[in-house]
Design a protein. Structure first.
Length: 228
């Protein structure tokens, strides 16, 4: 995790280890950061992977920036983020499937080596649009041996396009919604994207990085760190 100079951020880092699943109602963000509200209680777990299954102890791991249930977005062409723990000397496969799971809407290969840190999959760049109400699954896989895919290191999550809530429609149309406002409405992917965009615009802002760590910890992604 990022090293913070504030006592509040240090306390949050300590508390982050207590989170192993979905966020509880008692969770708080870093400072005035986003607090994610579950869109539906009791939703089945949908995030998969993140553990090492590769050929050695030093195998890189991947973790999609997704909650353990289906995350929501109001953007038909969202940007999906994922994290690579260390430099990967193997090819990386990015896949997007609809609920039928037959023909991939996106099947992209990133050649090695890929640097450690946060990476993204832009549906806009891929020319793909989500349809409302359909649950899509997206995968990230490190392919160590194309002939033995059981050795892949993988992580995946699900995403669904929903209408913007009435309380945010004007702000969404104007592109002025804060990460915290998205999170409060249960719009996971919109909140993450808005926050990462702010970090990219101000890479030295430690407060924004602490807020991202806090938001990720609220859905159990406590071991993800931000590297540039």
């Amino acid at each position: 995790m990022w090293k913070s100079k504030s006592c509040c951020a240090l306390l949050m880092a300590a508390l982050a280890g207590l989170f192993s699943g979905a966020a509880s109602s008692a969770q708080q963000g870093a400072g005035d950061g986003p607090v994610y509200k579950l869109p539906m209680r009791g939703a089945p777990a949908s995030r998969i992977g993140g553990a090492t299954r590769g050929p050695g102890m030093d195998t890189p791991t991947v973790a999609v920036f997704a909650p353990d249930h289906t995350g929501l977005t109001t953007n038909p062409q969202p940007t999906l983020y994922w994290y690579l723990s260390k430099k990967a000397p193997v090819q990386v496969e990015l896949t997007l499937l609809d609920d039928a799971g037959v023909n991939p809407l996106i099947e992209k290969t990133v050649k090695a080596p890929l640097e450690a840190g946060i990476h993204s999959l832009s549906l806009k760049e891929a020319g793909v649009k989500l349809s409302p109400g359909i649950e899509y699954r997206w995968h990230v896989a490190l392919v160590f041996d194309p002939k033995m895919r059981s050795s892949d290191v993988t992580s995946s999550g699900t995403v669904k396009l929903v209408p913007a809530p009435e309380t945010l429609k004007a702000e969404v149309a104007g592109g002025a919604v804060t990460p915290a406002a998205y999170a409060a409405e249960g719009l996971w992917y919109d909140s993450i994207d808005a926050l990462v965009q702010r970090i990219n615009a101000a890479p030295d802002d430690q407060k924004l990085k602490d807020q991202l760590d806090s938001l990720l910890s609220q859905v159990g992604l406590t071991k993800v760190a931000h590297q540039r």
